[in-house]
Write a protein that binds this ligand. Sequence first.
Ligand code: TRP
Length: 447
Amino acid sequence: MSIKREHWGSRLGFIMAAAGSAIGLGNIWKFPYMAGENGGAAFIIIYLGIVFTIGLSLMLAEITIGRHTQSDAINAFKKFNKPAWSFIGILGIVTAFVIFSFYSVVAGWTIAYVVKSATGAFSGMDAAAIGDTFGGFVSSTVQPIVYHGIFAALTVLVVLGGVSGGIERASKILMPVLFLILIALVVRGVTLPGAEKGLEFFLSPDFSKITASTVMAALGQAFFSLSLGMGVILTYGSYLGKEANIGRSAWQIALLDTMVAILAGLAILPAVFAFNMDPAAGPGLTFVTLPAVFEAMPGGYFFSIIFFVLLTIAALTSSISLLEPIVSFFSTKGFTRTQATIGAGVLAFLIGIPSSLSLGAWSDIHIIKGQGFLDSASWLTDKILLPVGGLLICLFVGWVITPIAIREVSGEGEPSALVKAWIFILRFIAPIAIVMILLTGLEIVTL
Ligand code: TRP
């Protein structure tokens, strides 16, 4: 039955695709406002600590499972003769649809903002007027759904091209473009008069702002940002050959992801301070505060367009990674890649419609904790689905297939101290931390 499994053209291609998955709205939209709300540098230090211990360990665990089994997230566990653990893969597919449903809606806004920036829609407006325009746009019925559809269609187009011809090729072009745009924006941001205040806020830690709930927020953000806990990285790892050094790969992906989050903060926060805006504006930071900053800044017209192009690229290389695990699984069930991709894409688009409507026509419908579809989907992802998926993956690698995992990472030699530390984190530290996210997220424990 086995058709030859697709593979990456090169290890660099894998790194670009996996970094493309990791680097997304989470880095550029969410990270800067979370840092803004949670004490700037102090949050960053905690975030870094989490990424390079728990985050990195889980990333390596996912790559290990994928590379060893050369299988999608459901069949991988069957190959270990642990079919019950296939639940992780099924959960991953459900999670992919849930994330896609709100991710593609927000990504649709970014495409709309490329158009609005280019047509000068915010010209002459202050932050309040831009806020009204944003509110009017997201609460309207048709437009945001059309943009969500355009974004979903772009995602489908890339995934149709396959692993090396579609995902890898797109990532190898788009990721360097993303870096260049980001660097241009950082240079612009930090050279604005008055940017120092923002730099200081971003780079000098105020530990008094750190509470247990900040730590939980950093942990949840690290999972989301690194694309962990739903089998994306596992699936991408399954397209790697045996010769690739997976420890080094995991480290490089985590490093790139973190660099982009920090650069995004450096691009955004100094500019926000330079124009006396509020760094703790929350989710509206990107769609309200920033356009106002661009309006006021020399060259703002140009920088606004490239900023939203950047955001769209980042979102696209992430959304393809949400679709791919679904396609990968259905390709083993007798569907062609084309059928699986179009089918999953259409379904994901339909599931996203309620999220889009939840900010307008359907704003009275509450799903979880009084929240509409979009916020509920995001809450469910951050607080339940990714932590549960991540917890199971840690336990599986740390306790169930430990010797296989160690061999996969270190070959036949004696495992190094780092590999031992990795297993220790997977066995104890990460599970405890994740259970804490679950307990606080469900408000069983309040901090
Ligand atoms: N990591 C992406 C971001 O930061 C989002 C994302 C893509 C994701 N694929 C994922 C998150 C899989 C969790 C799991 O925007």
